[in-house]
Design a protein around this ligand. Sequence first.
Ligand SMILES: NC(=O)C1=CN([C@@H]2O[C@H](COP(=O)(O)OP(=O)(O)OC[C@H]3O[C@@H](n4cnc5c(N)ncnc54)[C@H](O)[C@@H]3O)[C@@H](O)[C@H]2O)C=CC1
Ligand SMILES: CC(=O)C(=O)O
Ligand SMILES: [Mg+2]
Length: 366
Amino acid sequence: MIVGVPREVKLDEYRVAMIPAGVEELTRAGHHVLIEQDAGLGSGLFNEEYAENGAEIVATAREIYERAELIVKVKEPQPAEWELLQPGQMLFTYFHFAASEDLTAAMQKAGITAIAYETLKGTKGDLPLLTPMSEVAGRMSIQQGAKYLERPQDGRGILLGGVPGVAPAHIAILGGGVVGKNAAQIAAGFQADVCILDINVDRLRYLEDIMPPNVNTLYSDRHNIREQLQRADLVIGAVLIPGAKAPKLVLEEDLNMMKPRAVIIDVAIDQGGCFETSRPTTHSQPTFIINEIVHYCVANMPGAVGRTSTYALNNVTFPYVLQIANLGLAKAATRIPGIVSAINIHKGKITNQAVAETFGMEFVSF
Ligand SMILES: NC(=O)C1=CN([C@@H]2O[C@H](COP(=O)(O)OP(=O)(O)OC[C@H]3O[C@@H](n4cnc5c(N)ncnc54)[C@H](O)[C@@H]3O)[C@@H](O)[C@H]2O)C=CC1
Ligand SMILES: CC(=O)C(=O)O
Ligand SMILES: [Mg+2]
């Protein structure tokens, strides 16, 4: 199979969907890999390294899209890429369809098969192709929160860990999944006072067991969320209902009860965000202020630490790329657990229930 890897064009995206080791394995299995020139530069990977491992370096994205049967990417295709897609082509990447009806309609119209990293289910009900990027974003959310709490960055002027004689920051984390757990671990290391809220009581039980004493848990209901908003210096949005739009847990009016210049990091923004006032931002312009609350809503947080994220992403995506290339999609879907759950659009039809429900569209099983 011809596998193509374009350079990411989303603003401030430094990841690449394949590392040279992946090229070598695919080539050894008899496939042909096209890598767009300089696709790896943002992650410190050079054209020569890809070429030495068997890749053909291609000058333009257009040529990749014209020739490849399977395109492997990191971020959802940007509008400039939509017209390059070929009917019948497979595109394996993050899509986050529920956050964009325009993207959904464009992919239907393009006639591609959209295989989404973020809905591929593992055997334990986990999301193995989302997990490593959630680990990155969860850890990074505290790093970013610490930065934007500094007064020159418009924050309240709070040091996460406090100092002897002065209280640490209070951090509320909405959602105790992968992002939430990783955020809590880093926040705890900073000696902040942390509270994780979730609706899954078994998950809260697990978190309570593994977390240090400065991390507490609370059931996520409106009462507890509002109580936490009043106390928090930093709030992390980390909820997910796979495939669906994120629930709006914090309404605009709720911001009035928060401390002025408290910081919100809405990691869930890629699924539409869990704060009513969130809108997607970029690493170049990550924050905005509404009602005296600093909002950080970058939809590709791991893109900023491309070197770490590229390797973490490839570790989990590559085995699926190889299987799809080896078997073709139809066979891979019957033999490899998880692949069917990743197919969100096939021949213009929505094949993911949550996405279909989000837009009131017809669902067709793959
Ligand atoms: N902005 C970015 O760059 C990135 C964003 N993400 C996003 O972060 C979000 C979270 O991802 P993961 O942690 O991997 O998901 P996860 O599935 O591991 O965890 C989500 C948690 O939210 C909980 N939850 C659902 N409804 C809730 C509610 N009403 N109140 C409290 N908790 C609730 C679930 O019980 C679950 O424990 C996703 O939208 C994901 O796409 C992930 C990586 C990068
Ligand atoms: C998960 C996701 O949206 C990202 O890594 O950018
Ligand atoms: Mg994202």
